[in-house]
Design a protein around this ligand. Structure first.
Ligand code: ZN
Length: 175
């Protein structure tokens, strides 16, 4: 889908110190990210950067390609759970369906409804390289699915119910 950014939202698409997240149509957002071979210091620095930038942008999730690193690392921090870094996350099992609104720090200002699995079971490595498995549902499940999509070069606009897409100032008070 071709996204035409309205003039009044164009400033959100600048990439600078203040807004370090990579925006569409950057090529890195469409690449398949490479697996992490070892969770070393470099990966932990990347995780720290992701957390810092996500927080600054008031996001609930961020994937490494969104800061220009095409590797399989994401961080998530939905209200319902403790902030978590996932290295090489894999969805082992998925069930149910949920429909809800999503946005993306790489497509600021654009929102729309996306159908996702309700429950997922995932495996990943944590920040220390330890294998973990998690069962998630509701919003945490949605956020993790959105972030794992980023590792495949998939964006929410690829899956959105097109008639629900709308622009809204992300800095406005009521969202
Ligand atoms: Zn996103």
């Amino acid at each position: 889908m071709q996204i035409v950014v309205p003039d009044e939202f164009r400033h959100l698409y600048e990439q600078n110190e203040e807004r370090p997240v990579v925006k569409i149509p950057a090529e890195v957002l469409r690449q398949t990210a490479a697996p992490v071979e070892k969770v070393n210091k470099r990966v932990q620095f990347l995780i720290d950067d992701l957390f810092r930038i996500m927080k600054k942008a008031n996001g609930v999730g961020l994937a490494a390609p969104q800061i220009g690193a095409s590797v399989r690392v994401v961080v998530v921090a939905p209200e319902e759970m403790k902030p978590l870094a996932l290295v090489n996350p894999v969805i082992l099992d998925a069930d149910g369906e949920q429909l809800g609104q999503e946005g993306c720090l790489s497509i600021p200002g654009l929102y729309g409804d996306v159908s996702r699995f309700d429950q997922i079971e995932i495996s990943a490595l944590d920040r220390t390289g330890r294998p973990i498995t998690l069962k998630l549902s509701g919003m945490p499940s949605r956020v993790v699915q959105h972030e794992i999509d980023h590792l495949e070069g998939v964006l929410f606009i690829d899956k959105v119910l097109k008639e629900t897409l709308h622009w809204k100032d992300p800095d406005a008070d009521d969202e």
